[in-house]
Write a protein that binds this ligand. Structure first.
Ligand code: AQP
Length: 335
């Protein structure tokens, strides 16, 4: 049995990108033989400032949504990262293993910091070290992610290897990313070259998993497209990122192949295509949003689920982290 680890930041409401790129895969993996550990990564969330009351609400909201997507806390471990101190302890060790040059190459840092590199938090820069710790603290070997996280997984492997090499051990295993190719990167509804993101300033750029039917339909109607008719083959969409993105979303939520969808709408404009896409999206997303609302109505129950999950997570991560600390040369601690 392998161990699977993945996380999501409670930095807002999960988007269709988070769902198709990661969360849906989390649920599917839960039915396999591997042990699944899923984490609301609040330590990562504060790498950019979060208003405390919002962070609390967003963490509850994300827990509710993950459960609504189908994560069963009896079969998977679901918890919030700050509740298990192993993440921060191993993260610090990894800050001392990773090299500045490695982190400077991370494209996500460059994207998020932009021209503002002197002003962003040091946490944003070191984020990939903590992500490596999230995974290695469980000796997890499989990580379901969207392809924006691939570079971070490679870095986590570099860190694990360097730790093993520096201390002459075979302690941290190699990690393998699990990527659903078709939906590895869902793009913004306003710009087909930019990924859909929950922190994009424009709400029109994304489908939130809690959007109601009217909002979903309106966002799809207004989604950017081009003026050409839909073609009858996929190759003809190569230079049409917005159309390609909408087609990918359509196939992912309807279960139909992209070719079959194109065959139905080829030669026509985007109007009927968008209507059918909106209908398929509403049928898929709206029930999840409604279930999330129900979970969110009982925060005491969410606390109970997350705390129980944290206890199970700590039982795995603390001994592994304590062993890493022993390897490094720290004296034993009581906890
Ligand atoms: N557009 C996307 N397409 C496919 N997968 C995506 N993921 C995120 N956006 C897309 C995957 O969702 C998981 C959780 O992401 P995260 O919350 O850790 O942070 P992120 O990758 O930075 O996602 P966002 O939505 O863009 O968050 P913010 O705006 O807070 O930075 C990951 O597996 C990710 O690959």
């Amino acid at each position: 049995m392998a161990r699977i680890f993945s996380g999501i930041q409670p930095t807002g409401i999960a988007t269709l990108g988070n769902y198709l790129g990661a969360l849906r895969n989390w649920v599917a993996l839960q039915d396999g033989a591997d042990e699944c550990i899923y984490c609301l990564v609040d330590l990562h969330a504060i790498t950019t400032f979060q208003e405390p009351a919002s962070l609390r609400e967003q963490t509850y909201g994300m827990a509710a949504l993950v459960l609504a997507c189908g994560i069963d806390p009896e079969r998977s471990i679901l918890f919030h990262q700050s509740a298990v101190s192993a993440h921060a302890r191993l993260g610090w060790i990894f800050n001392c293993v990773a090299r500045m040059g490695w982190l400077k190459r991370m494209t996500q840092f460059k994207d998020k910091a932009g021209k503002n590199q002197e002003e962003v938090s040091t946490g944003l820069f070191m984020y990939p070290n903590l992500m490596a710790a999230d995974i290695h603290a469980y000796h997890a070997t499989k990580v379901p992610v969207g392809d924006d996280q691939l570079q971070h997984i490679e870095l986590a492997n570099d860190i694990g290897e360097k730790f093993n090499h520096d201390f002459g051990v075979e302690f941290f295993p190699r990690i393998e990313p699990l990527i659903v190719k078709e939906t590895a990167r869902v793009m913004s509804l306003r710009d087909g070259t930019k990924k859909m993101s929950k922190s994009d300033p424009s709400d029109q750029s994304r489908i939130n998993m809690t959007d109601d039917a009217d909002t979903i339909s309106q966002k799809i109607r207004k989604a950017k497209t081009d003026t050409e008719a839909l073609p009858d083959n996929l190759a003809a969409l190569a230079q049409r990122p917005e159309a390609r993105n909408l087609l990918g979303i359509f196939a992912a939520v309807s279960g139909e192949s992209q070719e079959a969808i194109l065959a139905r709408f080829a030669g026509g404009g985007f109007g009927p295509f968008k209507n059918a896409l909106a209908e398929a999206l509403v049928a898929h997303v709206a029930p999840i949003g409604a279930r999330a609302k129900e979970y969110l109505a009982d925060k005491a129950e969410l606390d109970r689920i997350l705390q129980k999950g944290a206890a199970k997570a700590a039982a795995i991560a603390q001994p592994i982290t304590a062993e890493a600390e022993r390897i490094v040369g720290f004296l034993p601690s009581a906890g």
